[in-house]
Design a protein around this ligand. Structure first.
Ligand code: 1HE
Length: 257
């Protein structure tokens, strides 16, 4: 039987996407990347939040180095563009994605986590960009997206020295927004995903579609798009019902969940 490579389970509006190649530390081979792409497409059609996690001892060891020993420049270029396509599906798709990280989250594994919208890490997780040690460069979007999360200065340090960030340092740097005790990343991700799945669809659309684009705009253009998005969200049926629920004391107060 062929290896499954990526598992998918849907429970209560949440899709659980598991990198499932633990004997190779979930190293991302071409086949695993294709399986991930297919699973993400299925999950986005069926769920309101998705969680990406790793089976076995870690999240992911990144690029499958065994497939990269001898590739021509044009092949590497197309391969990198392929990673961008798959991660773009996650980043710009309709469903918020949460990475639940334990153990190693390195190289392309970190790029995958960075493609998700929220990152949860357990104590003991670590983040690194060992490309320099291997004589290669990032190719799954890190120069743009990891640099935005961490700041180019920290990414430069990680790439030039091979330094790893533990979960606490990753939280201080803004890479992860929840740190849990060992063994608890998936439980926390489930809690976060349940909240995300209940959020108003047009607000989710604004956060996933407008907010990242606004980061690339001038101040005036960004504020213009924000107002357009507000006009769209606030005049929807969902807003009318949710605002009324608060005013009639049927909805939780801010911070209550
Ligand atoms: C692999 C890979 C891999 C493990 N490609 N086979 N990524 C890296 O440079 C990270 C390389 N991996 C590691 O540093 C370590 O494996 C870990 C810290 C992630 C985990 O250590 P450990 O002790 O749990 O496992 P291990 O004994 O090192 O590895 C177990 C097996 O997985 C072993 O194979 P085996 O047949 O000898 O059992 C390893 O060879 C295999 N394995 N990682 C292939 N990455 C779009 S560009 C992105 C660029 C990058 O991602 S660069 C970063 C690459």
């Amino acid at each position: 039987m062929p290896e499954q490579l990526v598992s998918l389970e849907i429970r209560d509006d949440v899709a659980w996407i598991g990198l499932d190649r633990p004997q190779k530390r979930n190293a991302i081979s071409d086949a695993l990347l294709a399986a991930l792409d297919a699973r993400v497409e299925q999950a986005q059609a069926a769920a309101r939040a998705l969680v990406v996690f790793g089976h076995g001892p870690c999240f992911s060891a990144g690029l499958d180095l065994s497939e990269h020993k001898a590739r021509e420049p044009a092949e590497v270029f197309q391969h990198s563009r392929g990673w961008h396509r798959v991660f773009r599906r996650i980043r710009t798709g309709p469903v918020p994605a949460i990475a639940a990280v334990h153990g190693a989250c390195v190289g392309g594994g970190l790029e995958l986590a960075a493609a998700c919208h929220i990152r949860v890490a357990e104590e003991g997780a670590f983040f690194a960009l060992p490309e320099g040690t291997r004589g290669i460069f990032v190719g799954g979007g890190a120069s743009v997206h990891v640099a935005r999360l961490l700041g180019a200065a920290r990414m430069t340090d990680m790439m030039l020295t091979g330094r790893a960030l533990d979960a606490a340092a990753a939280e201080r740097a803004g890479l992860v927004t929840y740190v849990t005790p060992g063994g608890q990343a998936q439980a926390k991700a489930a809690e976060v995903a349940a909240k995300v799945a209940r959020m108003a669809p047009l607000t989710v659309m604004g956060v996933l579609q407008a907010l990242p684009r606004i980061q690339d705009m001038s101040e005036e253009d960004g504020l213009f798009v924000e107002s357009m998005m507000a006009a769209l969200a606030q005049t929807g049926r969902d807003a009318q019902e949710r605002l009324a629920a608060f005013l009639e004391k049927r909805a939780p107060k801010a911070g209550e969940g």
